[in-house]
Design a protein around this ligand. Sequence first.
Ligand code: LMR
Length: 393
Amino acid sequence: MLNALTPQPADKILALVAAYRADTRDTKIDLGVGVYKNADGLTPVMRAVKAAEQRIWQAQDSKAYTGLAGDPAFANAMIGLILGDDVPRTNVAAVATPGGTGAIRQAFELVQMASPGATVWISAPTWPNHPSILKYMGIPMSEYRYFDPETCAVDFDGMMADLGDIAEGDIVLLHGCCHNPTGANLNQVQWDQVIDALNAKAAIPMIDIAYQGFGDGLEADGVAVRKVAAACKQSIIAASCSKNFGIYRERTGILMAVSNDAADMALAQATLAFLNRQNYSFPPDHGARIVTEILNDAALRADWEAELEDVRNGMLKLRRDLADALQDATGSNRFGFIAEHRGMFSRLGITPEQVEKLRAEHAVYMVGDSRINIAGLNAQTVPLLAKAIASVL
Ligand code: LMR
């Protein structure tokens, strides 16, 4: 049987991790996988996470199963964080999932069960694992224009034109904030227009929100998803705690289905629990418990929010510094958009050959589409990167 397997394509982001590790040059710069790094190149455990873990370790007296949907306290805390009071709690079915990817996978499973012929529309470009999972599951997909490589901003006219082609009941996958891989985001007026377009077609929005707090702040980054959940008849939200809580390896995420129909909600809740049971039974609990402890404790929450703000502001400063350094190095404002983009990533808009040259000649590692992880930089490497980029243009 095993000899019948065919090799699968390597994930291009994860393949970079291995290539970077294997590089022995001590000047190497890792701008690949979306993991936050501080100025020392470390991915620290956040203070509130450490404190919460200690409390859990002291107080926890059982490791018995929770429930198929996970601990309801986690769902309540996360729904509060993401949706606030904009949507009644009774309108939200939710299950804990293994990370944000687990939430996305379960969301696609839900779509496949509820609406087998529906097309899932993804932004061009999007996180490569979105189309990869859709293709693997055999779900019809289509792309809507999103990024203008000329301006490195959102191609809003193109996006709206393509959303005009969606069919009733199709699913439109949107990034709630901090678009991955481009860093270019819709403004609130544009979000309102997207919502109107989706409602006009009776399409179902699916929001992937993996970087809340990394863009314009915890509250501001949740505005769009709240609008969508409040204004659309039904919506799906897949959220990750990997980045904003820094608990990547704990695999902590949540999938929500939103509707104001009580019967639909009961069915969705039972179906989500069923899907968990089919795929992995009970979702992981440790990360979810950490998140719950932090969000429900005023002091821990304040400390977490403060540290997250430091992380966000650090990345914003790196963005401004890199844009300035590139202006100096290239003598043009070609890369000024880097200071305007938000989140962990920016797409530079250079060619795959230039990306490869940066790796071969300067030990700079970025995804082949020229996505850089801003958090992979520090004060020392910003000018080095700017010079290296200028030298390959
Ligand atoms: C990324 O885009 O780099 C992150 O979301 C990590 C991943 O799993 O790809």
